[in-house]
Design a protein. Structure first.
Length: 195
């Protein structure tokens, strides 16, 4: 289990690390849409296919990100955290996921050995982490906090909408939301007695 410090620390990838497996994708306009009550069912269908393809390789699977928060406007992209024994051992999960149509797009050894695979239809970001990764715990804390705190959910939605006009890659959009994300994390961590 990660320590309090590991969970509450904002750990960023090495800025000198090139995360793109096949080069950066072309910038795609970010579009925020109203909450879709069908997103949880979409996640469940995706989770079933991932579990069927990977079997015991799946240690855990969670719906995270904005589509996992009822009432929150979001990009129409399902974010999933997949926990495996060792993300570095891509042979245990990447080929099976590629057969489902996923593409390995991001490899970030400096950030908890994170891997990200994308599916085009429906749009999915499948984040792969190892056991006891603090980022997986952080994602759940953030999701659960937004589910239970409407004012912060609205604050986050406002930040998302304000971040869209800047353009660039999704990573640029994410960076523009970061100050509000960290404010919300601070509230959630304090409420949980982690700070």
């Amino acid at each position: 289990m990660p320590s309090r410090h590991e969970i509450t620390r904002h750990h960023d990838p090495d800025p000198d690390e090139n995360p793109w497996v096949n080069g950066p994708p072309p910038p795609v306009p970010v579009e925020i849409v109203a909450y879709n009550p069908g997103w949880p069912a979409r996640y469940r269908r995706l989770a079933e296919t991932i579990r069927a393809a990977l079997g015991p390789v799946v240690l855990d699977l969670e719906h995270v990100g904005s589509t996992s928060v009822p009432g929150l406007a979001a990009k129409d992209v399902i974010d999933i955290d997949l926990t495996v024994g060792d993300p570095r051992d891509e042979s245990t999960y990447v080929p099976a996921l590629e057969r489902l149509g996923y593409r390995l797009t991001v490899r970030e050894p400096s950030w908890h050995q994170h891997r990200c695979l994308n599916l085009g239809d429906p749009r999915v970001n499948l984040h792969v982490f190892g056991p006891d990764c603090p980022e997986v715990i952080r994602h759940r804390i953030f999701r659960d906090w937004l589910r239970a705190h409407p004012a912060d959910r609205q604050k986050y939605e406002n930040a998302k909408r304000a971040a869209v006009p800047g353009g660039g890659h999704v990573m640029d959009y994410n960076a523009r939301k970061q100050p509000v994300i960290r404010e919300i994390y601070d509230c959630a961590f304090r409420a949980a007695g982690l700070l």
